[in-house]
Design a protein around this ligand. Structure first.
Ligand SMILES: [Zn+2]
Length: 343
């Protein structure tokens, strides 16, 4: 089968496009003929380093994906021909975290495209529970995008920060997949959303998508602007995956007792944190990554009900995988960079 796979680490030279062996479906698994995957920051990390992630090369890239069920056990809930999107974590099912339904914390979770072959291939075989029915009428590219970015944003807002409809959320660095998903989900919840970016063009597009206010972080002090926009109160929730560059502004933007939820550290993972501000103002800090399978099912239902579709940037063919990775690395994208698989 045709696949995009890693032969080493360090730039696009190690990203090969060619033949890999067909996966062999095991009992309890579903064989999916993939039609799309979207790119995530972790794909760049795996390409460039992969340090600290147990894996063996060559390995197929891609953490999220969507396609059609090709084969499954007799009597399974899924049907051959059904359109599905994938949950990227393969978990043990019996550790204390799996048993309490928090399998995202599973100590032995293996992620597609990180610890095992991923989704940028014509076929993949995964445990049947990892395949979730797609919302009706969606493209495979849109459906693929739910499994990582939207799931991450869902857990950050709904499960960790427990955003309420009457609250205000500040989203740093609008334009990336997770921050746009956060904007869409927070608006679907009825909350007020303030976004930041260094680029006016991205702010304009976020406003068109429903953001209530936008702050250009190259021309404005974000925290001061947040205080002006909130009547000197501050926001209830900060949603961020930028890291060190925004941490100070994030803490200064929060209302007393406010929550900050983080899922990334693109600009550095060792920010200075004003601990006096954290304890005197009783700020709450949440870490979050990915989400549970049950959260993905809930998310898919909400998206179907609200016809809330991921924002797509560009779609590339498998043969254009290098250009797709470059597009993500450039930071110029607005929404998801996708790879179409097959015709
Ligand atoms: Zn487990």
């Amino acid at each position: 089968m045709k696949a995009v796979y890693l032969t080493g680490h360090g730039g696009n030279e190690v990203v090969a496009i060619g033949e890999r062996p067909m996966p062999v479906r095991q009992p309890g698994e579903v064989l999916v003929r993939l039609h799309a995957a979207t790119l995530n920051r972790v794909d760049l990390y795996m390409r460039d380093s992969g340090a600290g992630i147990t894996h063996t090369l060559p390995q197929v890239m891609g953490i999220d994906g969507a396609g059609v069920v090709e084969a499954v056990d007799d009597g399974a809930v899924l049907q051959v021909g059904q359109r599905v999107l994938l949950y990227p974590g393969v978990t043990c099912g019996h550790c204390e975290f799996c048993l309490r339904g928090d399998e995202v914390l599973c100590t032995t979770m293996k992620l597609l495209g990180e610890h095992r072959d991923g989704t940028m291939a014509e076929y993949i075989s995964v445990p049947a529970r990892n395949a979730v029915p797609m919302p009706d009428g969606w493209s495979f590219e849109e459906a693929a995008a739910l499994g990582v970015n939207h799931l991450t944003a869902w857990r950050m807002l709904m499960t960790q920060a427990r955003l309420k409809p009457w609250e205000t959320v500040l989203i740093f660095g609008i334009g990336g997949g997770v921050s746009l998903a956060g904007l869409q989900l927070a608006k679907a919840m009825g909350a007020r959303v303030i976004v930041t970016s260094r680029e006016q063009d991205k702010l304009d597009r976020a406003l068109a998508l429903g953001a209530d206010a936008a702050i250009c972080s190259t021309t404005h002090d974000v925290a001061k602007e947040v205080m002006r926009l909130t009547g000197k109160r501050g926001v209830d929730v900060v949603f961020e995956n930028v890291g060190a560059a925004v941490w100070d502004a994030a803490l200064r933007s929060l209302v007393r007792g406010g929550r900050i939820v983080t899922c990334g550290a693109t600009t550095g993972d060792q920010p200075g944190a004003d601990l006096r501000r954290v304890f005197i103002r009783q700020l709450q800090i949440y870490g979050s990554t990915l989400g549970n399978l049950s959260e993905l099912h809930d998310l898919a239902r909400l998206c179907a009900q609200h016809n809330l579709r991921p924002v797509m940037d560009r779609v590339y063919s498998m043969d254009e995988a290098h250009a797709a990775l470059d597009r993500l690395a450039s930071g110029e994208q607005f929404g998801k960079v996708a790879v179409r698989i097959g015709d």
